[in-house]
Every structure is written in C-alpha cells, then in structure tokens.
Design a binder for this molecule. Structure first.
Ligand code: AMP
Length: 210
C-alpha cells in the first residue's frame, strides 16, 4: 500500500518521497492510521520492520496539527516541555530514532528534537532542553536525572512512545518508566512497541494504556 491513503499531511508524504519510500510496510499500514486517530496502541514488531516511521509519522502529524492551534499553550502562558516523548532502551537506538525524526520531519518547519541519553556530557543536553521543544527522545535513566532537577518537564506531553519496551524491561527500567509516565498527563496517547507482550511487558501495557 502506498503512503497516499494513510492520511498523512503533505509535508510528511513529501519527506517520505524524498527518502525514496514508495510502499508502507505492514506495521506502517496498520499502525499509522490508528496512531493518527490518537488511539493507544500495542504493536508487536521487530527491528527492521519500519516500526520507527509507524510511530514517528503520527507523532509528527500531531506536531503539525498543533502548529495551527497554539491556543492550549497560550492559555497556560508558559511553554513546558515536549509534546512527544520517545523512550528507548539504548543510546544507539535513541540516536537512530532521532535521526528518523529529522528525516521524516524534514519539511516540518522549525521542528525541535532533543536527544537525552546517558554517556554524554550534561552541558549540551541542558542547552537542548531549554526553550520550546516538540520531541524528546530519551533513555529512561538520563531522563529521570533531568526530571529530578526540573530541567525537563512533561506537563504538556501529548504522546508517549515506548520503543522496544521488552528490552527496556529486560534492562531493569520498569520503575523508571513508571516514574516517567506518572509525570505526564493522564489523557496522553500511549503507544508501545515490543517484540512480545507476554509477561511483565503485557502487565506494563495494562497499566499504561487505555
Ligand atoms: P526500522 O524498523 O524503523 O528501524 O526501519 C528499518 C529500515 O527500513 C530503516 O533503514 C528505514 O529507513 C527503512 N524503511 C522504513 N520504512 C520504509 C519504507 N516504507 N520503505 C522503504 N524503507 C523503509
């Protein structure tokens, strides 16, 4: 199936054409329309399936939609944190996801993406977290540090994505994930990607998803 019929904004279709994508993969065909409908999703998919675009495109469309309607932010008077947060198990995966956002978001004007991962100095990250942000892509541990010091706030979060949730739980991030989710608005959209939803991943999904 081509991307034409999935309901994406022209700015996103154009970026996909620029990247040479012609057909949506299976996970993209199934998850993009539901993601655009702002439903919570549990998606079983493997690395290499095209899963990054399956959550990045609905996330970017949300950001484009918000560009036309800033009333929510004006009302509150203050700009607080990102609209979209992606949690990933490793620094490498987080960097890959960030790169995908810049490719798919190439024509989203003024898109601001910050990557918050361990093993890098705090200085540049703090700078990236200052000012209005659209997307934060983070490994749980380092994000917790920034939440603790108030350098990152999640008050305005609209979409939470857990990428490779099973791996994050295998790495012992369950309490960090719960702690992060608690700091986000309850009405958020939550999208979980995992190779499996058996056992503790399934239980976490029951906790976090509507
Ligand atoms: P992912 O599973 O998201 O890591 O994607 C795996 C690889 O497939 C990445 O290099 C993507 O750039 C590429 N890719 C994702 N979706 C498509 C598509 N619809 N057409 C062609 N390549 C794609």
């Amino acid at each position: 199936m081509s991307f034409e019929n999935l309901g994406l904004a022209p700015a996103l279709s154009r970026a996909l054409a620029d990247a040479g994508y012609e057909q949506a993969t299976e996970v993209q065909q199934q998850a993009i329309p539901m993601g655009l409908s702002r439903l919570d999703l549990k998606v079983s998919s493997q690395t290499g399936s095209g899963k990054t675009a399956a959550f990045a495109l609905p996330a970017l469309q949300r950001i484009l939609d918000a560009r036309g309607d800033s009333s929510k932010r004006r009302e509150k008077g203050v700009v607080h944190g990102p609209r979209v947060l992606v949690l990933a198990p490793t620094r490498e995966l987080a960097m890959q996801v960030a790169k995908a956002f810049t490719i798919y978001g190439k024509h989203v004007q003024g898109l601001r993406v910050a990557t918050v991962v361990g093993g890098v100095p705090y200085g540049a990250q703090l700078k990236a977290l200052r000012g209005p942000l659209d997307v934060v892509i983070a490994t749980p541990g380092r994000l917790i540090d920034h939440l603790g010091t108030g350098k990152c706030v999640l008050d305005n979060l609209e979409m939470l994505v857990l990428d490779e949730a099973d791996r994050m739980l295998d790495m012992g991030f369950i309490d960090d994930i719960r702690h992060i989710a608690e700091q986000t608005p309850a009405e958020r959209q939550t999208v979980m990607f995992s190779a499996t939803f058996a056992g503790h991943v399934g239980r976490l999904a029951d906790e976090l998803l509507k």
